[in-house]
Design a protein. Structure first.
Length: 187
C-alpha cells in the first residue's frame, strides 16, 4: 500500500537512505529479518507513539517569525497531544517536554513502549535519554518517513493552517488547539 510505513521504509532503502540502527534492531535478530516494518507496527500499535515538529510562519511586532509545534500521536487510537509551541525549541525546552510527556500516571507516553521520531537534531541525546530512562524505546527513522506524524502534519496544514494568516503566536495556539479538538472528534 502506498504511504504505509512499510512501503516508506522500503522506499528509503531503495533511495539509498541509511536505515536506522534502532529500527533494524527491532526488526532483526542475529542479522536475519524476523518481522517486516508493517507487521511490527500492526503487532505493537497499542504501545507505539509517533512525534514530530511542524513549522508555521507568524507575523509579530518583530516581523515574520518561524514557530515550531511539537506533537505526539498514538498509532492505535490517533490520540493527539500538542506538547508545545515555541519560537526556540532549545535543549532546555526539549528536556522539559520530555519530562512532561513521561510523568508517571499523567504523561502522554504512559504505557507506550516505543516512540517513533526522525533524526532532527532537536531530538537531542538528552531528550532521548529522558524518554529511554522511563522504559520507552526510541525508534529513529530517516527524514519524512514517519508516516503517521507526516499524515497529521499534512492534515492540519491542509485543513486549517494554510487557510489562515496568524498575527501573533496566541492566534496560532488557538487555531492548533481548536484543530486538535476537531481531530479528536473525527478520529
Amino acid at each position: 500500500m502506498p504511504g504505509t510505513p512499510c512501503t516508506e521504509r522500503g522506499r528509503a532503502k531503495s533511495q539509498n537512505h541509511p536505515s536506522s540502527e534502532d529500527t533494524d534492531a527491532l526488526l532483526n535478530h542475529g542479522g536475519k529479518p524476523t518481522v517486516s516494518w508493517a507487521d511490527f507496527i500492526e503487532t505493537h500499535k497499542e504501545i507505539i507513539t509517533a512525534c514530530d515538529f511542524f513549522t508555521v510562519e507568524v507575523l509579530t511586532a518583530a516581523g515574520l517569525v518561524t514557530v515550531y509545534v511539537l506533537f505526539f500521536i498514538k498509532i492505535a487510537t490517533r490520540e493527539l497531544h500538542i506538547a508545545g509551541i515555541t519560537t526556540n525549541p532549545d535543549l532546555s525546552w526539549m528536556a522539559q517536554i520530555a519530562h512532561n510527556i513521561t510523568m508517571t500516571d499523567i504523561g502522554f507516553l504512559e504505557g507506550q513502549r516505543h516512540l517513533i521520531l526522525d533524526r532532527d537534531p532537536k531530538f537531542s541525546e538528552q531528550f532521548c535519554r529522558i524518554i529511554r530512562d522511563t522504559g520507552t524505546k526510541i525508534v529513529r527513522l530517516p527524514p519524512d518517513l514517519n508516516a503517521y506524524a507526516e499524515r497529521f502534519v499534512h492534515s492540519i496544514k491542509e485543513e486549517c493552517l494554510s487557510r489562515l494568516v496568524f498575527f501573533g503566536i496566541d492566534g496560532l495556539r488557538r487555531a492548533v488547539r481548536e484543530y486538535a479538538a476537531h481531530y479528536h472528534e473525527v478520529h
